[in-house]
Design a protein around this ligand. Structure first.
Ligand code: ADP
Ligand code: MG
Length: 394
């Protein structure tokens, strides 16, 4: 069901509470923002509200203060950085709710932006305490959720507050729902799903949910070792999740019955130990030496996967193909990133590490949608209803 967005309401002259995800990578010693992608991602919504003459009240969490004030997790540096990006003042409150906040909002003029203190300083936030949600709601007349990355949590600022105010999606939330929704609900075919990352167990929900939707599954990363082992292949000393071997076999069988193709690596980069300076070799998958670890897909696999996706109308990628944090095992992931960037069809990339790998290569702009929500996008792709999304008006 399509969710209402900030465009569907008249926000001019209204107090609008916006939940953003400003949980940026942050150096707590020097109070430095290490990457402002998440702040930039919320600018379209904030700028729209300013343009409409709304009174924008922003709230976000930063880190895990666990319901108490933690001095080095205050949002001052974030408010300052936002002001720089917007080229206008942002009134930063040292409290989440209360008289100081009410006064700041009372003094507002149309187009003003107020930033509340780290929402997780209040114990009521993560507990989704109704009294706290009501206090937050009382600050505003409209609620906008633009924090897709936190939408899988039922907290006061993501779910509770929507019980008291008309609740709509911001533009970032709208884009996430549009692209991820298309992938899980109505993908254009052929559709390929590239799945990687450390473990089968963390991605099996996504694989299962996309059975019957995707035409091709291309598997890489550590989880490919479990799939290979499930087919009786020798993967040397690689980690194999013994407890999900049966699940992996079941998935392969179900995919076969559905007529979907599942591709596993045909070659690999192996290492004699898990270290950046390990000895390495590139071998066919039937020739993994005893005692060695499979840490990346090989070049033949990378070009096979590239061929399999180039003609696809929809490509979803979640999970790196190897231990890309170490340069010796990064090429498989980088090659897949380039291949995804070359696809003409709709391309969607999700997952914290996968997005980092794409960003490292500067390829974000060549992908239709790079999801900002790690855990949230995974749960969405598993077919779960996210509380922060369910709470929005249809
Ligand atoms: P994402 O955050 O994109 O969803 P995951 O969290 O599932 O991805 O997995 C990312 C991790 O998987 C990376 O840190 C990477 O080092 C690890 N990984 C990938 N391939 C392998 C492998 N062959 N062996 C061990 N770890 C791997
Ligand atoms: Mg991850």
């Amino acid at each position: 069901m399509r969710k209402k967005t900030v465009r569907d309401l008249d926000v001019g002259g209204k107090r609008v509470l916006v939940r953003v995800d400003f949980n940026v990578p942050f150096d707590r010693k020097t109070h430095t923002i290490l990457d402002d992608t998440r702040i930039r991602a919320a600018l379209p919504t904030i700028e729209y509200l300013i343009g409409q003459g709304a009174y924008t009240i922003l709230c976000s969490h930063l880190g895990r203060p666990d319901g108490k004030v933690v001095e080095d997790l205050r949002l001052g540096p974030v408010a300052l950085h936002l002001a720089g990006l917007l080229k206008r003042d942002v009134t930063y409150c040292l409290e989440v709710v209360g008289p100081e906040v009410e006064e700041a909002i009372r003094l507002r003029r149309p187009g003003d932006v107020v930033m509340l203190e780290n929402i997780r300083f209040s114990p009521g936030e993560e507990d989704n305490a109704p009294a706290f949600a009501k206090q937050l709601a009382d600050l505003a007349e409209v609620y906008v959720n633009d924090a897709f990355g936190t939408a899988h949590r039922a907290h006061a600022s993501t779910e509770g507050v929507a019980r008291y105010l008309p609740a709509v999606a911001g533009f970032l939330m709208e884009k996430e729902l549009e692209f991820l929704g298309r992938v899980v609900a109505s993908p254009e075919h052929p559709m390929a799903v590239i799945i990687g990352g450390a473990k089968v167990s963390s991605k099996i929900g996504v694989l299962r949910n996309l059975l019957g939707k995707a035409d091709r599954f291309l598997i890489g990363g550590g989880m490919a070792n479990t799939f290979l082992a499930a087919q009786g292949k020798n993967v040397g000393a690689s980690t194999v999740e013994q407890d999900v071997l049966a699940t992996a076999r079941e998935f392969l069988e179900q995919a076969r019955q559905q007529g979907a193709r599942v591709l596993l690596p045909i070659d690999a980069v192996v290492a004699d130990r898990f270290a950046p300076d390990a000895a390495t070799q590139t071998v066919d998958i039937d020739a993994v030496p005893e005692g060695w670890l499979v840490l990346d897909i090989g070049p033949k696999t990378a070009s096979l996967y590239a061929q399999e996706i180039i003609d696809c109308a929809t490509v979803l990628w979640n999970g790196p193909m190897g231990v890309f944090e170490m340069p010796a095992f990064a090429e498989g992931t980088h090659a897949v990133a380039r291949a995804v960037a070359d696809v003409q069809g709709t391309t969607v990339v999700g997952g914290g590490e996968t997005v980092a790998a794409v960003a490292e290569q500067g390829l974000e702009d060549q992908i239709d949608h790079v999801s900002t929500g790690g855990g949230a996008s995974l749960e969405y792709l598993e077919g779960q209803e996210l509380p922060g999304v369910a709470a929005l008006l249809e």
